[in-house]
Design a protein around this ligand. Structure first.
Ligand code: NAP
Ligand code: GLV
Length: 310
């Protein structure tokens, strides 16, 4: 029997049981909080597990994140030592994030919010339209997701740069890295996309001082984590014209409260953390591969580094 604890804030326990069961024939999937005897649990397949839960599982062999990000696991200060943590790297997840990035970059590039406002007032007016090659787009985080979105933006002709911890060599993407590379990267970026992991080093990075480094009237697209953004700095940046618009898929508190000022701001576009969500139909096979690897005495694929936090 392979016993897997499942915890998620999305009600997908039965779907995961069906999909993972196709790949792990002796699966016993226990959906939190009905997890039975903790001694039985071999694997934890989780999104935002209860603080202390993972440490309380004496026979845990691996922690498998339900998503690409692992900040929801590292928020627990008392994780079981030595238990490997793996995340999702999946072409389907990557493709969906790239769709999201292309959609909102093109929306800003082609001035859709302005044309929508014109339509509301029955105004027929042409705006000057720069070519994609005249539009500098910058991606913070050039990992699995940022690199793919960057390549596809470059294929559309955009002038693409990326910023990461280490230098990258990706065709069509100018690479900036580290604290020293940030200022030059920001100064050339008219549409900024955040695809960083949330770590101690990146929390609150999207704040007033970063916005001050962008050209006037830049756009922000945050599809990474809500805690990258200093929320109280966003509306002043929009109202002063420093930023022309922001598209946010992620928030400090999800769902954002009904009285949150972001809901009503005319230059903020909100999506409910849907940029790219793991699809059990494509991800279950990857989870099963990792279970097989651990059973065979190997490390799971897509391990995260607890010291780096991603
Ligand atoms: P990844 O492959 O681990 O890539 C992370 C990138 O960020 C790497 O290029 C890394 O640099 C860079 N980075 C990390 N810390 C940095 C720092 N301090 N300064 C500069 N660059 C730094 O992650 P991924 O798979 O692309 O996913 C990125 C994030 O997207 C996830 O962590 C998650 O939060 C978010 N996400 C959101 C959704 C959604 O639906 N909204 C869906 C999936 C994922 P190096 O390459 O030099 O290490
Ligand atoms: C979603 O936010 C993920 O990390 O996969």
């Amino acid at each position: 029997m392979t016993t897997v604890l499942f915890q998620s804030d999305i009600d997908r326990g039965q779907w995961w049981r069906d999909e993972l069961g196709r790949h792990v024939p002796d699966l016993d999937l226990r959906v939190w909080p009905e997890i039975g005897d903790k001694d039985d649990i071999d694997y934890a397949l989780v999104w935002r597990p209860e603080i202390g839960l993972l440490r309380s599982l004496p026979k845990l062999k691996a922690i498998l994140s339900l998503g690409a990000g692992v900040d929801h696991i590292f928020r627990d200060p008392d994780l079981p030592p030595g238990v490997p943590i793996a995340r999702i790297v999946d072409p389907n997840l990557t493709a969906r994030m790239t769709e999201y990035v292309l959609l909102y970059v093109l929306r800003y590039h082609r001035q859709v919010p302005t044309y929508e406002a014109f339509q509301a007032d029955r105004i027929w007016r042409m705006l000057d339209q720069p070519a994609a090659g005249e539009r500098p787009v910058g991606i913070m985080g050039l990992g699995e997701l940022g690199a793919d979105a960057g390549r596809q933006l470059a294929d559309l002709g955009f002038d693409v740069a990326g910023w990461s911890r280490t230098k990258k060599d990706i065709a069509g993407i100018e690479s900036f890295h580290g604290a020293d590379g940030l200022e030059t990267f920001l100064a050339r970026t008219e549409i900024l996309i955040c695809l960083l992991p949330l770590t101690a080093a990146t929390e609150g990075i999207l704040g007033a001082s970063l916005f001050a480094g962008l050209p006037d009237g830049a756009y922000l697209i945050n599809a990474a984590r809500g805690r990258h953004l200093v929320e109280e700095d966003l509306i002043p940046a929009l109202d002063s014209g420093r930023l022309a618009g922001a598209t946010l898929d992620v928030f400090r508190e999800e769902p954002i409260p009904a009285d949150h000022p972001f809901w009503r701001h005319p230059r903020i576009t909100i999506t409910p953390h849907v940029a790219s969500i793991s699809d059990p139909r494509s991800v279950a096979g990857l989870v099963a591969d990792n279970i097989r690897r651990v059973e065979a005495g190997d490390q799971p694929l897509n391990l995260v580094d607890p010291a780096a936090g991603y």
